[in-house]
Design a protein around this ligand. Structure first.
Ligand SMILES: [Zn+2]
Length: 695
């Protein structure tokens, strides 16, 4: 069988082109931007970029390319290379399968390579869908997409379109919701998802793979090669990259869009901000009843009396003690959406944070709000909180964080089985999708929710036993907390069905973006690899070369927060961020928890600033990080087009618009060509193996 499919031969052919270009490039200056008609769509000063009439390809970009010549460039025996290639392709197929059926994205370049592989197994019938195809589909649905440029003001933001109600019956089967057309449950909407036994199987395949000696050393070598290649690239092209940035009028690091891709709503303000807010509230609303203690109403003034505090006493140091996670009435009054005041103060302070973001214009945040799965009305309360208090900003999107607290609920006798958590979290979402008019607040609120996060301390010991005999959620009645993989699997499986259902109804879909690989077992990162569109932290990838290489090949976004890691798990100077960035993993910088870790009004800039100083990041690196943060964020397709350029989802330089991103074409071309080379290495060998087999 021939492998010389068009898309495949494209990149080999392309590679030869770039090599001949290399010689010309040495003595040429970067081409001046071609003057052309202004871009039709963008009206503000922000995106008035000139369009070139003939589109450049990556090969047209002049810079000094680092290349290795010779037949076999991997540095391991051919046998090992063939084996590694087979295993890695297997792993790539797995992820593309999991992303495909859950409507999450997979990078176009890698998908193109995968298409060339003969698909003999269960993926046979599934086309590999790419980022751009998914994006095109998404862009048609949500209301916000239609108004990307206008800064939607809060009351109007909630005027979303309502689709007519349906009367499907929604019932869980082994922990995953199914949708039936009739009461008798005889005919159902056939939305497939990997069942538990298949998932357990795939986990085992992946776990064996990451422990495989020869594969480990292959991946380790490739990662080292990627680091060295990048050092060479910087050595040879640093000045050109800088010159390209300087040549762009108006744009600099400050006015490129950046998204804080990992930040918790309850700690999105810094200590000083919270303190000022508390003082102000105590001054103006001292007599407001804010809580009930032992059946007695308590005013704000009484709360402070009970703690022996006056406004004068309030300092940041004292907040540290009193706003502590566990023992705080202040936290209850000021940082909860569901309290005696229905989260009034919390809404006000979030709006102040949002106001600061809007003022800065170029900073955005994906705030995490909690749904615990304690009771079925949590979703409606949360949606009501957002809408009643008009907590909306065009600079903010919501992620829902689900803490892994089953053991606590169980020991407090709040529930009997794990199935109850699943019911409380997912049933309201299915119902709001089925009958929007009966759940109007939730339907509106969900328009601005982009996905789910799973949170808790990953270093807590967990039962590693995870096989086909694992009890189903209704049978999980133990005191013990289910393992990480169990939580993630049921979130993923239910989200997959929910996404199909919402897509069928013409509504926005969700993605999975858990905390993953901050500490604890490396199996968490395998779960992330299979099921999450992108992850937060990923620190432990530094210890698992196979997974790190796979995260690179599949360009999985990783939101890293080195300042937060520095306090909790890993010294700043040992953080793997600079190494990951050098190798070409998709990294973004995020704050995690400004209330604990940051001092200024612009925590995200603080994070960038410290990273830049400590690791000597160039302005090109910073802009690349900012661009990554927008790409991996959940902002809509149209907004991303406005921020990054109309073709941002395309590969290589055709997806970059330096007038908006300030990332030089040289950097983008380098990243793209490097990824193509790595993929060609792997897929080429595979092709040769098959040819041999057929002879
Ligand atoms: Zn976090």
């Amino acid at each position: 069988m021939s492998f010389a499919d068009d898309s495949y031969s494209f990149c080999r052919h392309y590679e030869y082109e770039t090599r001949s270009e290399q010689w010309q490039s040495i003595c040429q200056k970067p081409a001046p931007p071609t003057p052309a008609s202004p871009r039709a769509s963008s009206s503000d000063s922000d995106g008035g970029a000139p369009t070139t009439s003939t589109r450049l390809t990556d090969a047209d970009i002049n810079f000094q390319r680092v290349s290795v010549s010779g037949e076999d460039t991997s540095g391991v025996p051919l046998e090992d290379l063939e084996r590694a290639s087979t295993l890695l392709i297997e792993a790539l197929k797995l992820r593309s399968h999991y992303m495909e059926i859950s409507d999450q994205s997979f990078p176009t370049t890698t998908a193109r390579f995968l298409k060339t592989v003969r698909l003999k197994d269960r993926y046979d019938n599934l086309p590999v869908r790419t980022v751009s195809e998914i994006i095109r589909k998404q862009s048609m649905v949500s209301f916000t997409d239609m108004h990307p440029t206008s800064s939607l003001k809060a009351p109007h933001a909630w005027d979303v379109e309502f689709v007519p109600d349906e009367s499907y019956i929604i019932k869980p089967v082994n922990g995953v919701f199914h949708i039936y057309k009739d009461e008798a449950l005889t005919s159902e909407l056939n939305f497939t998802y990997p069942d538990m036994s298949q998932f357990v199987n795939d986990m085992q395949v992946m776990c064996n793979m990451i422990a495989d000696g020869p594969l480990k050393s292959f991946c380790y070598r490739r990662l080292c090669y990627l680091s060295s290649k990048y050092q060479m690239h910087v050595l040879l092209n640093e000045l050109r990259e800088l010159a390209a940035q300087k040549a762009v009028p108006h744009r600099d690091f400050y006015n490129t869009r950046k998204v804080d891709t990992h930040i918790h709503a309850a700690s999105c303000m810094n200590q000083k901000h919270l303190l000022r807010f508390i003082k102000k509230t105590l001054k103006n609303n001292a007599s407001e009843v804010v809580t009930h203690t032992n059946g007695q109403p308590m005013t704000l003034a009484q709360v402070f009396q009970s703690m022996n505090l006056t406004t004068y006493d309030l300092t940041v140091d004292m907040l540290d003690v009193h706003a502590d996670r566990n023992n705080s009435r202040l936290r209850e009054v000021f940082l909860k959406t569901d309290n005696y005041l229905n989260g009034k103060y919390f809404a006000q302070i979030i709006k102040e944070v949002a106001f600061d973001l809007e003022e800065s214009k170029y900073q955005n945040a994906e705030l995490r709000l909690s749904i615990y799965g304690k009771s079925p009305d949590e979703w409606n309360k949360l949606a009501k909180w957002a809408i009643d208090n008009n907590v909306y900003s065009s600079n903010i999107r919501w992620l829902i964080q689900i803490p892994r607290l089953f053991d606590i609920f169980k020991s407090n006798k709040m529930m009997t089985s794990f199935q109850q958590i699943i019911d409380n979290i997912f049933l309201p979402l299915f119902e709001a999708t089925n009958k929007p008019s009966e759940n109007p607040n939730l339907h509106r609120f969900l328009t601005y929710v982009i996905g789910f996060d799973s949170v808790d301390d990953e270093s807590k010991p967990e039962n590693p036993l995870f096989d086909n005999d694992v009890p189903r959620p209704e049978e999980w009645t133990y005191e013990e907390n289910p393992p990480y993989a169990y939580y993630i699997y049921y979130m993923y499986a239910n989200m997959t069905v929910l996404n199909k259902f919402r897509q069928m109804r013409g509504l926005n879909t969700f993605v999975l973006r858990p905390h993953c690989g901050e500490a604890g077992p490396v199996q968490h990162l395998v779960c992330g690899y299979l099921m999450a569109e992108n992850i937060s932290h990923g620190l432990l990838l530094r210890k698992v070369p196979v997974l790190q290489y796979l995260y690179y090949l599949t360009q999985i976004g990783i939101a890293m927060s080195p300042l937060s890691n520095n306090s909790l798990f890993l010294n700043y100077h040992r953080n793997p961020l600079p190494e990951y960035l050098a190798r070409g993993l998709i990294i973004s910088l995020s704050t995690d928890d400004p209330l604990q870790f940051h001092f200024t009004k612009e925590p995200l800039m603080e994070e960038y600033s410290i990273a830049a100083q400590v690791w000597k990041l160039s302005s090109c690196d910073m802009c690349e990080l900012a661009r990554n943060s927008v790409i991996m964020s959940g902002f809509s397709h149209n907004i991303k087009q406005q921020w990054l350029g109309p073709n941002y989802f395309e590969d290589g330089i055709s997806g970059n618009d330096i007038t908006r991103t300030n990332v030089p074409e040289i950097r983008v071309a380098y990243r793209y060509e490097t990824l193509l080379d790595e993929l060609s290495n792997i897929f080429n060998v595979n092709q040769k193996c098959h040819v041999k087999e057929n002879e």
